[in-house]
Write a protein that binds this ligand. Structure first.
Ligand SMILES: O=C(O)CCC(=O)C(=O)O
Length: 221
């Protein structure tokens, strides 16, 4: 990305919702992309998500730790190949806690046992409608990491799918964390800007990882 006239800075978008530009350096982005490529392989790999109304989500998805389907979690890909969900690696949980400590402070990160990752891949004109991440039992902050093409990330309010909202440009390497009063805010991706990924990354399209704490008892599911 060209040098900015004004450097992008940490911004509080709403109470408990923080955008931290360039949190992952180019090496960290490449390593995370390599992992995403592994996770995307079958079994339990990248899939098209079908919604109960008969539609499909345009972003394709792979899950770690717990498998998300509309609208719940399971230990196997109940709406796909039926394989066990891939494990959630300990290093990703550490990354999640560090992300929360760097944005909301160390107290917020304490005890946040991240155990779910949803990895969304946007190519073509994929996007994501406004929704809330409300299928988890824990109120721990959601950690969002972006790789590849930049996008418009729409961050709204917990009450309605309508305004007020704030449109934030998320670029490769950016971190966005939402917790506290913003944990259940509506959010979505109305637009991805094709061809804007850093040339050295080697990704066409956009990947987003959200890390979440399930709050589920370990033995169920
Ligand atoms: O792609 C993004 O930045 C948002 C992803 C998202 O909203 C989700 O996984 O629930």
């Amino acid at each position: 990305m060209e040098a900015e006239l004004f450097p992008r800075e940490r911004t509080v978008i709403a109470p408990g919702a923080v955008h931290m530009p360039d949190w992952l350096d180019p090496d960290a982005q490449r390593r995370l992309l390599d992992s995403c490529r592994q996770w995307a392989r079958p079994p339990a790999g990248l899939r098209t998500v079908r919604t109960p109304g008969g539609g499909t989500m345009t972003a394709r998805q792979v899950c770690l730790g717990w498998h998300w389907y509309p609208y719940g979690y399971a230990r196997t890909v109940v709406d796909g190949d039926g394989a066990p969900v891939k494990p959630f690696p300990a290093w990703l949980g550490e990354l999640g806690r560090r992300a929360v400590a760097d944005t909301l402070g160390p107290e917020e990160a304490e005890g946040a046992a991240y155990d779910i990752a949803l990895v969304n891949f946007y190519d073509g004109d994929a996007r994501m409608g406004l929704h809330r991440d409300a299928d988890e039992r824990s109120t721990a902050p959601v950690v969002s990491l972006s790789l590849g093409d930049s996008c418009v990330f729409r961050f709204g309010n917990p009450e309605t799918r309508t305004r007020p909202w704030t449109d934030v440009e998320l670029r490769s390497g950016d971190l966005f964390v939402f917790g506290g009063p913003s944990r259940l805010a509506h959010h979505g991706v109305p637009r991805v800007h094709p061809g804007t990924a850093p040339p050295g990354l080697g990704l066409r399209g956009r990947l987003n990882l959200t890390l979440r704490v399930s709050g589920f008892p370990a033995a169920t599911g």
